[in-house]
Write a protein of this length. Structure first.
Length: 278
């Protein structure tokens, strides 16, 4: 069956899952958690976070929105996103932190996802098995077993995320290393040739495919990422505008002012004073 150029592609989640790059970093169980737990950093933290609350209630603050987190659902938080949470009552919950460059390229994986738990005991057993297995020195079969358990927990999230994936969205996976490089070098000069060298594409193919996939040329994408980082620093830190400009790759503060206003409609100072984060 032929599909037109604008047709949606329904990519089976199990096909995507089979080739998924995934590394479980840490896992645990928090019992009778109370007090304030803050995760203010947005850079250098590439962890996706799976949470399964089993008792109590805590409030999650994410992108200026507040969510009540309680038993009955499992939550997936995207990587490189600041958040904090506050237990309202003493709370028990499982958590798994993992990294995956491929998942970061999926638009649907850049937001908080909450899914209802259909079989609470089965889900708890899967989390518990991962928590028990992660701290151990593992053989290859044991490591694969843990990965498979995490895959089973991720399956419903992927099924939802990949329902209406387009060819361009699927193509983003080939640029995962390029995107990582950009995010890791925002404070430095980033040359298009250095980005192209991370792929097997010719110069012409790299520029054309990148623009078709992300909607903008590589140079503009870098600018957008720098402005995104600047907005987060303005909102989350007490650094001066000059320091933020330098951290985002702008040696000239006034040029940074001009570029920031071009993309946001406000100066950095105006943005900070309004306390907004897009």
């Amino acid at each position: 069956m032929r599909c037109g150029s604008n047709a949606k592609i329904y990519l089976p989640w199990h096909t995507f899952l089979g080739g998924l790059d995934l590394e479980v970093v840490t896992a645990g169980f928090g019992e009778n958690v109370s007090g304030w737990h803050m995760h203010p950093s947005f850079s250098g933290d590439n962890f996706f976070r799976l949470y399964l609350p089993v008792k109590g209630l805590f409030r999650l603050l994410y992108e200026e929105n507040s969510y009540a987190v309680e038993p009955g659902s499992v939550y997936l938080l995207p990587s490189q996103t600041p958040f904090s949470y506050e237990p309202v009552t003493p709370s028990d919950h499982f958590w798994i932190h993992f990294v995956s460059r491929q998942l970061r390229t999926l638009p649907a994986m850049k937001q908080l996802i909450r899914l209802p738990v259909k079989n609470g005991k089965k889900i708890q057993n899967a989390f518990r098995a991962v928590v028990r297995g992660v701290p151990q020195v593992r053989t290859i079969p044991e490591d694969l077993e843990i990965r498979n358990r995490v895959f089973s927990l991720l399956a419903p999230f992927l099924e939802q995320a990949l329902q209406n994936i387009t060819p361009d969205a699927a193509a983003k996976g080939r640029f995962a290393e390029v995107l990582d490089y950009i995010d890791g070098h925002l404070g430095e000069q980033i040359e298009s040739e250095a980005l192209r060298a991370l792929t097997s594409l010719s110069r012409a193919d790299f520029s054309a495919l990148f623009r078709r996939t992300f909607g903008v040329p590589p140079k503009q994408y870098v600018s957008l990422r720098r402005i995104t980082q600047a907005k987060r620093l303005l909102w989350r830190s007490k650094l001066s505008v000059k320091e933020i400009a330098e951290r985002c790759g702008y040696e000239n503060k006034y040029f940074f002012y001009r570029i920031f206003k071009k993309y946001t409609g406000r100066t950095p100072s105006e943005y900070r004073n309004r306390g907004m984060m897009d």
